[in-house]
Design a protein around this ligand. Sequence first.
Ligand SMILES: [Mg+2]
Length: 118
Amino acid sequence: MKIALDYDGTYTRDPSLWAYFLGMCRSRGHEVKIVTCRKPENEIDWLGLNEGYRVPVLYTSYLPKRIYCDEVGWQPDVFIDDIPEFIVRPDFQKFIDTFGAQCETAVESKKEVPSSVK
Ligand SMILES: [Mg+2]
């Protein structure tokens, strides 16, 4: 299973919990990556996690996480996030209601939803 773990407000909320979680995931063969909306220059702090337990970090630079992951060819099966709206566009539900699930690229994610559905 591929698991996208949020950093700010999720990992940071209880690093010891996630250290245990990352160890369990590794031992069970699951692939975990930190997926954060941060820019790469705003590097995360592992907050004491031993280097051997660390996982790759994907910095989306404010792109919606699912869209970014699709673009880099890594599709998580599960997202763990304190603000799930960041996985998709903030107005994603309105977008889905209007257009269906077509928000597949960064360009799509930046399209304006017509004011009639806001
Ligand atoms: Mg967060």
